[in-house]
Design a protein around this ligand. Sequence first.
Ligand SMILES: [Zn+2]
Length: 345
Amino acid sequence: MKKGIFLLPMLFVLLISCHSPEDDAVVMTVNGAIFSSEMGVALSHEHVMVDWIGADSTGYHRWDRAEVVERVLPYFQEIVDNGVETFIEFTPAYLGRDPFILQELSQRTGLQIITNTGYYGAVENRFIPEHAYQESAEQLANRWVVEFEHGIDGSELRPGFMKISVASDEPLSELHQKIVEAAALAHLESGLTIASHTVGDRPALEQVELLKAMGVSPEAWIWTHAQSGSLDTILWAAGEGAWIALDNVHFNPEQPTSEEGSIEWYADRIQALKEAGYLEQILISHDAGWYDVGEPNGGGFRGYTDIFEYLIPELADRGFSDEEIDQLLIKNPREAFSIRVRTLN
Ligand SMILES: [Zn+2]
C-alpha cells in the first residue's frame, strides 16, 4: 500500500471517530457524505438489481440502465410515500452492483442511497473475481479502501460499507477466511462497517472470533441474514456487540402465523432480542427488489413496503412504543452505518 494515498482518509477517519454518531458522524451516499443524523427512516438491506450470470461474464454491458431505472422507480416512490429517506443497497460488485443507476434513482426520487464494496463468496464463489484467488488479504483490502477513497470504476461514487459473504452452515474455507480478514483490514483503514451474508450459526461464530483476533470489535460487523441463526447464537453474537440483521421480512398470506419466516415469527425474534436487552442492535429489512438481469424486463419484482404494512403494526400491537419503532427504523441504521473505526479497546 502506498502511504500517501491513505494520509487524507486516515485524517478523515480520525476526525469522525472522535465523536459518537449522535453528533457529527457521517455516512457515505452515492452523492457524497452526509451526517448520519440526516438519514431519517432507513431501509437497511435492499436490492435494486441482481445479475446471477457470474463474475466471469457480468458487467455494465449486460443491462440497459434507463430500462432498470424505469422499472424500479414506482417501487421507490412507494417507499418515499412511506417516509423512507435512506436506502441501503446490498448488491455487491460482480453480482449486479451499478452505482450509476443508484445515483440516477437518487436524483429522480430524492432518496439517499448507499452502495457497498467487498466480495461475495457464497454460491460456490461464482461471484468472486479471478484476482481474488491469487491476491492476499492486504491486496483485497487495498482494492476496497481505494474504492472508498477514490470512487468506483473511475467515478466519484463511493461505497458506504462493505458487503461480503461466506458459504452457508460450514467452516470458513481458506478463501472465505481471506475475505473476512480483508474486510477487517479495510475496516481498520477506512472505518467502513462490514455486512456479511452469513447463513447458519457456525460461520457467524467463526467470523466473530476472527474479527476479534484481528482487533476489530464485533460492533463493526453486521450478521446479515441472522434470521437463519438459532436464537442462542443470535443472543451470543449480540452479547459480543454484533449487529443482528433480520432480513427478508415479507408477508405471505398463505403462510401460517408463527411459522418460521412469518411476520409473527419476525416479531417474536425482535421481541426476544428486546427482552434480552438488544433492541439497539437489531436491523430489519425486506432484502427485496430486484431487477433480475437475466429475465425479460427484470422479471418479478418484490416491493419494499411489508415492514410498514405488516411488521410495524404487529410490533405496535405487542406494545412497542413509537420510540422503540424509531429505534429500529432510524437510530439503529444510523449507528450501524456510521463510518468510524471500531477496535476492541
Ligand atoms: Zn440481500
